[in-house]
Design a protein around this ligand. Structure first.
Ligand code: ADP
Length: 227
């Protein structure tokens, strides 16, 4: 769940990046966030991750009130969110398996759990055959699948995907969104930032359009494949 109530962000330079934004994304929703460069999309994501604080207003994410969240609680809060980056950010010296297991190792998950959980998420993204491959042995689309498995491994309530199809072939972009939709069908809330209007039109769903720090459109539209 993500809820912003009358949130504004003014950077120290005086730029108003978000201007009195109110927004609610319920558990289990899938929402696309679109908007031109400089509209405020990254600012919105940074707020949700508590990388920055609102200048005014209230931000609630997964039942944490970020306006009052203590610094020492931030790691616990962040574990409720999985993040998928445009540029994958896999560790080149680690195999697919190790890249994903690493997330669980840093939080001291039991070895037995890691041995069960990692192959499971690898199978969810259809990369069983590539478990022992290194990132440079994979296509862009496959690397993004690994990154999605890594975001999933901790069983987050919310996945934020920031331009996840920005660095992969257009044909494969559809597969990546299909995969995210499948994950959403299993209950994970997904917020996907994208520039790709064709993708949004194809899949439909909730579209949140930000322009100059304001939400100018927030509606559910039908996809081209749906009734
Ligand atoms: P988007 O992700 O949609 O491209 P951003 O959220 O990055 O937009 O930026 C929104 C506005 O805030 C822009 O005018 C941008 O120049 C400004 N901005 C972003 N980050 C900073 C920062 N750290 N300091 C000052 N201004 C910033």
């Amino acid at each position: 769940m993500v809820e912003l109530k009358n949130v504004s962000v003014t950077y120290s330079t005086g730029v108003d990046a978000l201007n009195n934004v109110s927004l609610k994304i319920n558990d289990g929703e899938f929402a696309f966030v679109v908007g031109s460069s400089g509209a405020g999309k990254s600012t919105l994501i940074k707020l949700i991750l508590k990388e920055i604080d609102a200048t005014s207003g209230i931000v609630m994410v997964n039942d944490y009130n970020l306006s009052t969240l203590k610094r020492k609680k931030i790691p616990e809060f962040r574990r409720t969110i999985g993040f998928v980056f445009q540029d994958f950010r896999l560790i080149p010296s680690m195999t697919v398996y190790e890249n994903i297991a690493f997330v669980l190792r840093v939080i001291d998950a039991p070895k037995k759990y890691i041995r069960k959980r990692v192959p499971y998420v690898i199978s969810l993204v259809g990369l069983q055959e590539k478990s022992n491959s290194y990132p440079n042995q994979l296509s862009g689309g496959e690397q993004q699948r690994v990154a999605i498995a890594r975001a999933l491994v901790n069983d987050p309530q919310l996945i934020i995907a920031d331009e996840p199809t920005g660095n992969i072939d257009p044909e494969l972009s559809y597969e990546i969104v299909d995969l995210l939709k499948g994950i959403n069908d299993c209950g994970t809330t997904i917020l996907m930032v994208t520039h790709e209007h064709d993708l949004v039109r194809h899949f439909g769903g909730r579209i949140i359009n930000i322009d100059s720090g304001e939400i100018v459109f927030d509606e559910v539209i039908g996809g081209v494949n749906e009734d």
